[in-house]
Design a protein around this ligand. Structure first.
Ligand code: ZN
Length: 298
């Protein structure tokens, strides 16, 4: 007689779970080497990256950090530079990131909607292999997140079936470098409501946006909005991700570190310990896997 034994369900989940860091930042080695020169001509970049204390990383350093953390894959953005030349240099690196890392790290295309030719760079970078657009910083680049260009960007993202990643910050609380350069939560609610077919990721827990999910009409209007946990330990208390999961649902929250600002290993441990096994499985990998690592088709 054969006796079938079954491991406990949590045990199975542990081995099946894919871990994904959904928001990290990488730069081409040449841009890391020339950071001072770039900071000299790009004030927003200087606001975050001037001085050696602010870390910049290449994809090599990101994959090393993923190894340390036991994380399978990551989604990487660059920076929302002002000049088309910097954006092109960066997009050339981000577009081929998936190919260069055997699919382990995928890149997001950068754009500056203040320049008339913004669309070409995005399309070229998506064709090369980028899987989304962002981290978008309209405040830093001087374009209106509710203007004509922003609506065209949403349509373009929907057409290519890729998500938009927005830097979102709170209208309250402490200041930090780069805080105000993104979109505010109310503007993001308005934009997302106008584009139900466009998937949006609200970085940094959405800057307070999730509170309004408790209003039924708002909840219905922004079913296309996901939230990532980038930099959470610098912004919010220990229970904040668990509360976000409660408000938004575990299928709409993405674990993210904001590497190299923070360590993926420590952020993952911090987020995981406040979630149930099911929620952790979705938040720490499952959701990002289906958003960023599935074939786009059509
Ligand atoms: Zn951000």
């Amino acid at each position: 007689m054969i006796i079938h034994t079954h491991p406990p369900r949590d045990h199975i989940r542990y081995y099946q779970q894919v871990l994904v860091d959904a928001h990290a930042h990488v730069f081409p080695p040449e841009m890391v080497a020339h950071r001072e020169a770039i900071a000299g001509i790009d004030a927003s970049f200087a606001g975050i990256y001037a001085g050696p204390a602010a870390k910049m990383a290449t994809s090599k350093e990101l994959t090393a950090a993923l190894d340390t953390a036991g994380i399978d894959r990551a989604v990487a953005a660059g920076f929302a530079f002002d000049s088309t030349a910097h954006i092109e240099e960066q997009n050339a690196y981000l577009g081929v990131l998936a190919a260069a890392t055997d699919g382990r790290v995928v890149g997001l295309a950068t754009a500056n909607l203040a320049h008339p030719d913004w669309r070409d760079g995005i399309e070229r970078t998506l064709r090369a292999g980028a899987v989304g657009i962002g981290e978008l910083r309209p405040g830093n680049q001087g374009w209106d997140p509710l203007g004509t260009g922003a609506h065209e960007l949403c349509d373009l993202a929907a057409l290519h079936r890729v998500p938009l990643l927005w830097h979102v910050s709170e209208p309250v609380g402490h200041a930090y470098p780069g805080k105000a350069g993104g979109i505010d939560p109310v503007a993001l609610i308005r934009l997302a409501s106008a584009h139900p077919g466009t998937t949006m990721v609200a970085a940094h827990l959405g800057g307070g946006l999730s509170f309004y999910l408790q209003m039924p009409e708002v909840r219905r209007a922004i079913e296309n909005v996901y939230f990532d946990t980038a930099a959470v330990s610098l912004l919010y208390d220990d229970r904040s991700v668990a509360r976000l999961v409660d408000l938004a649902g575990e299928q709409r929250v993405l674990f993210a570190s904001d590497f190299p600002l923070l360590s993926p290993r420590r952020q993952l441990a911090r987020v995981r310990e406040t979630l149930t096994a099911d929620a952790a499985s979705a938040v720490c990998g499952g959701n990002a896997e289906s958003l960023f690592f599935r074939p786009r088709g059509g």
